[in-house]
Design a protein around this ligand. Structure first.
Ligand code: ARG
Length: 457
């Protein structure tokens, strides 16, 4: 490609160190799309004539079809990267005409165009996958909206919620992942092609027209910024790492719910594995790997940040690494999402264990304080009196609802028989009708279920 300037060949070691074909061959489809669009742009300024354009476009399409189901065939070549591979393949097919294609173009704007097109496709696929997860979580949230369980702060039983409420919380996290991805697709909708090496191409092509031809909204604004910019890579890596982080936290909760200590859920055999030694074991490997892969997602983002933070403007070879990080992160994300879906879809729920955990606890202590507030007692005093009742119950090895009315009255005489109903788990839940509250989720799910039933009948 640049033989003229060099007297000796690159060493084998340098070649294998430098070549990016083993990674960027995955961009072949986008490199060809960019090349066809560039050929059209060259035709519009008469660098190539109409007949030559037809020949080039046909040859490029043929190359694409030939490798479509055989990407590995590219790897046997000794081209440095996918851009030089496509150019070589083209010259092999159409001879000297192929040598005209690189007029006014650089691999610097070419690689960016390819990666941005790849990202657009990835965003579409990921959005579809995230929407499936979102739908599944919301469906299950409705199904389990009456299954009570404790919520946790500091891993201590806090207040009664439902398993449906937990699933809906997970759905909200995924909804934010979807929104974040959507905002990213607007941000990276400027086409780099025509920025050329660094100063913009010297050939008077209409870059906005070229951008639209490739499915972008417009061309980038400054060629120097264009070839330096990897924000869209960082943004997608951030989306990926943050969504993996969400999946990891949800996995962590489920690992605990599935532990013998909690026993709230039972992971399906299909997503667990055994121990080579301990015959009783059924380990939550799928969830642990989701947690593990999220570490990879976070590391890949910071690797890209570190790689770019001190780079001077312009293209520097360090940037070649971006694709490996991006592809790996997106792959982990897609795999983790698919695995998470399967775990949720096959999860068995132990309602009895969940109810026992919330009933055998002080998760209704806030209810008692609120009851006292209802009797006109200032909250601070109500909190203090409830604390004393918790201490009394603990001394008797009881929970609050097991105390006698006399016990309650020993702390505050205003407490009446209705306290026992007030302290019930269902009451604690249905009292939280505020927007975003567990009671309003339960209520909405009940109407959704009723609607589904009438709909089906
Ligand atoms: N393979 C290179 C990459 O992935 C393409 C750009 C090469 N540009 C250059 N000036 N050497 O970044």
């Amino acid at each position: 490609m640049w033989g003229g300037r060099f007297q000796t060949q690159a060493s084998e070691l340098f070649k294998s160190f430098n070549d990016s074909l083993p990674i960027d061959y995955q961009l072949v489809k986008y490199d060809i799309a960019g090349s066809i669009a560039w050929a059209k742009a060259l035709n519009s300024i008469d660098i190539i004539n109409d007949f030559e354009l037809i020949q080039l476009a046909k040859a490029l399409t043929d190359i694409e079809q030939a490798v479509e189901n055989n990407l590995d065939s590219i790897l046997s070549s000794n081209a440095e990267d996918i851009h030089s591979w496509v150019e070589q393949a083209l010259i092999q097919k159409v001879g000297d005409l192929g040598k005209k294609l690189h007029t006014g173009r650089s691999r610097n704007d070419q690689v960016l165009t390819d990666v941005k097109l790849w990202c657009k496709q990835a965003v579409k696929k990921l959005t579809r996958q995230l929407k499936q997860t979102h739908l599944l979580l919301n469906e299950k949230a409705i199904v389990f909206s009456d299954v009570v369980m404790p919520s946790y702060t500091h891993l201590q039983r806090a207040q009664p919620i439902t398993f449906g409420f937990w699933l809906n919380a997970a759905a909200q996290m995924i909804a934010r992942d979807i929104k974040r991805l959507q905002s990213l697709s607007d941000l990276s909708d400027e086409c780099p092609l025509g920025a050329s090496a660094i100063a913009g191409t010297a050939f008077h092509i209409d870059r906005d027209k070229l951008a639209i031809d490739l499915g972008f909204a417009s061309a980038t604004q400054n060629a120097l910024d264009t070839v330096s910019d990897r924000d869209f890579v960082l943004d997608l890596l951030y989306c990926s790492s943050n969504s993996l982080l969400h999946l990891s936290r949800l996995a962590e909760d489920l690992i605990f719910f599935n532990s013998q200590e909690a026993g709230f859920v039972l992971l399906d055999d299909s997503v667990t594995s055994g121990s080579s030694l301990m015959p009783q074991k059924k380990n939550p490997d799928a969830l642990e790997l989701i947690r593990g892969k999220s570490a990879e997602g976070l590391a890949l983002l910071s690797q890209m940040q570190i790689a770019t933070k001190s780079l001077p403007l312009g293209y520097n070879k360090d940037l070649q690494q971006d694709k490996q990080l991006l592809f790996q992160s997106v792959q982990s994300w897609q795999q983790s999402l698919a695995m998470f879906n399967q775990v949720i879809d096959t999860l068995a729920v132990n309602k009895t264990a969940m109810r026992a955990a919330v009933e055998n606890s002080f998760a209704n202590a806030t209810e008692l304080a609120d009851y006292l507030v209802d009797k006109g007692i200032p909250f601070r005093d109500a909190h203090d009196q409830t604390g004393r009742l918790v201490m009394l119950a603990e001394k008797k090895q009881y929970y609050l609802h097991q105390l006698t009315l006399l016990d309650f009255k020993s702390v505050n005489n205003a407490i009446e028989e209705d306290i026992f109903n007030w302290l019930k788990v269902e009451q604690a839940i249905s009292r939280r009708q505020v927007k975003g509250g567990v009671g309003s989720h339960a209520e909405m799910s009940r109407s959704a279920l009723a609607f589904q039933i009438t709909d089906a009948t």
